[in-house]
Each structure stands twice: as structure tokens, then as C-alpha cells.
Write a protein that binds this ligand. Sequence first.
Ligand SMILES: Nc1ncnc2c1ncn2[C@@H]1O[C@H](COP(=O)(O)OP(=O)(O)O)[C@@H](O)[C@H]1O
Ligand SMILES: [Mg+2]
Length: 384
Amino acid sequence: MASETLAQLIQTRRVLITVGAGGVGKTTTAAALGVAAAARGRNVLVLTIDPAKRLADSLGIERMSSEAVDVDPERFRAAGIAMPGRLTAMMLDTKRTFDDLVVKYSSSPAKAQQLLNNKLYKYVSTSLAGTQEYMAMEKLVAVKADGRYDLIMLDTPPTANALDFLDAPDRLVEAIDSAAMRWFVEAFQSTGKVSFNLIARSAATVLRTLGTITGGGFLEDMAEFISELNDLFGGFKQRARAVQAALRSPEVAFVLVTSPSPMSIQEVLFFSERLAEHGMPRGAFVVNRFRMPPPRAGEQISVEDAAEAVRAHGLQLDDDVAERLTQAHADAQKLALLDAFHVRSLQERVGRDVPVIRVPELASDVHDIALLYRLSERLVAGGV
Ligand SMILES: Nc1ncnc2c1ncn2[C@@H]1O[C@H](COP(=O)(O)OP(=O)(O)O)[C@@H](O)[C@H]1O
Ligand SMILES: [Mg+2]
């Protein structure tokens, strides 16, 4: 299968999902690809999780709000960027997404309200293993049906382990549907209240499952909660299947983001294999913050040369500045060679099926529209 470029992917896909280890640039890449697609006339929703404050500010999105916000076209015009499409940004709100699901799948509004009011609900809806990842998927399925968007860029949570994301639907269902939980529900349902001698035997397991919460009426609260959640199991399970199936669609592609470090590359390759196993389409690898060779790479800059270069910029020289510059130049070359070496090994492993795109490390973090646009054009041009 001939691989498609990122320029093609942003034109042809309905959903692109950025995945990778924490801090490698998933959110930035999702936003940048959104900008690139909107600059090519598409109506794009960037569904983001944790944008760096400066990125959120530069797009004019309120980090605490989960409303969809159209990025003001004036922001692009002011930066000299033509924007024939539309860019909308939305923050993922895990709890609110969970609330919407509960309302949708409860047998009655009263039952939904009862569950939402349960003291444990807030804790579970935000802290249960995989909830955030699962809700990102949920939200995706919900907005995918929205005809206002041609392309949805889905950012993924800052999980330490990128694989959490793939397993989230199963883990969530397993956690809710674990033997301990089911047993708990039975103990509750047979008597209408918690049978404490039964609980004594397995309380430890249950507490380990949910974490330790103290406070009056805890066990009753929990039993009631689980019993209500149990009513929704059918719904949740079906949804988990639907969500996973949606990720296998040819409308979707994953963009695997990594840094040039061997550890990060190792992780992204492992993740890539898992995606392939699940039949989930890999669109591209992005090696972000790639360190480019400095000017005059391959040369050894003498201290005299460095001193002259500094003077040419009209700067005053302290004694050791030229020496330090020479050293920095040599270091920069080594780092660039190292990054190039690691990326080549990634390319060899990936083969021709999926493009590997190198994005340079910028001199500053990505804090304004102009920089984001620069990064986005680099990405679609196939990197450096
Ligand atoms: N190519 C780059 N050059 C310089 N800074 C970058 C680059 N890509 C990302 N950053 C910065 O790195 C930080 C982390 O990026 P982010 O996209 O939030 O990572 P993640 O979502 O994977 O945790 C942000 O401050 C961002 O501006
Ligand atoms: Mg992020």
C-alpha cells in the first residue's frame, strides 16, 4: 500500500488522532494539523485535552471551558495567514462527557439524576482507570456525527503510557464490571441494603478497586452507585465496542508523535505495532523537536572564527564567549547527528508503509499563531 502524505491525510480523512508519550508534542501537532487543514479550506474541529496555556491563549480558547469556540479569523489575518476554512477548538471535559453518557443511557431522567448525585460518581467519573481516555473516544464518536466539521483533530490525554489509550474502553468496562463489583451489586440487590457480613469478606478487594474513600454511609453509597451503574452496563459495553469499531474506520488515521530520543522511538514503535494488531490505521509518524545541524555543519569552527562572527554582529566579546560558542557548535553537530541516526533507525523499522516526518525543534515553544502556522506548513510539506 502506497503511503499517503500528511498533506493528503488532512484533506481526505474525517478524523486524525495524535498519540504518543507525554510531552512529545501531541497537542501542538493536533493544533498545527488543524491549522493546516483549515488553511486549505476545511472546517476543522480540534478536540484538545491539555493545551499549553500559551497555545490556548494564542487561539483564544478558554482553558476551563468545554464549549466549542471558533478561532477568530482575524487572528489569522493579523498574522498574514489566509484562512479559507474554519478552525474550531474544544476542550475535552471528562466529567461532562461522562454525565452526557449517563443521561443518554439511563432508563429514566430520575435514575440519571440519582446517579449523577451519588457522592461517589464524581470520583469515579474522573478517576477510574481509563476514564479520561475513554471519554476522549466517546466525545469523538459524538462529534463525528456533527456535519459542521469536515475534519476532527483528536488530541489524546497526557498519559505516561501511550498504550493506556488503546486499552481504555476495555479497562473501563472491566473495572466497572469486575468480579468484585458484580458481587457487590448482588449483595446489595438481594437484601435491598448492604449485607455487612458478606462485605467484610470482600471489602478489601472492593476498596482496592475504587481506591480508599472514607466518610459516613460509604458502603451504602457505593452499593447504590454500583447498582445504578450496573443498569447502564449494557449501554456502556455496546458503546465501548462502537468506539473501538469507529477507530478502525478508513476515515480515521493515527498520527504517532515521538521525540527523536531512542526511548520515545521505542515506545512509539511498540504503540504502532499495537495499532496494527488492532487493525487501526496508522497515518504518519511525526518526529518532533528534531535537532537540525547548525550552520556550517561538518566544519570545525575555530575560536578565531567564532570571535569574528560575534564581532560581525556588533556584539561585545567576553574572553571565553568565543570558546564556548565553538564548543556549542560542536555539541549541536553531535546532537543533530545523533537525532538523524535515531530517526533513520525508526525509518528502517517502519519501512515505506507510513511516512516519517521530521519537525525541527523551534527556538521557543509554540506560543503564537505565526509559529503554529510555521510548524503546520512544515508538517504538511513533509518535514525537514
Ligand atoms: N517543535 C517544537 N519546537 C519547540 N517547542 C515545541 C515543539 N513542539 C512542541 N513544543 C513545546 O513543547 C511543549 C509540549 O508540547 P505539547 O504539544 O503540549 O506536548 P504533549 O501534548 O505531547 O504533552 C509545549 O510547550 C510546546 O509549545
Ligand atoms: Mg497534550
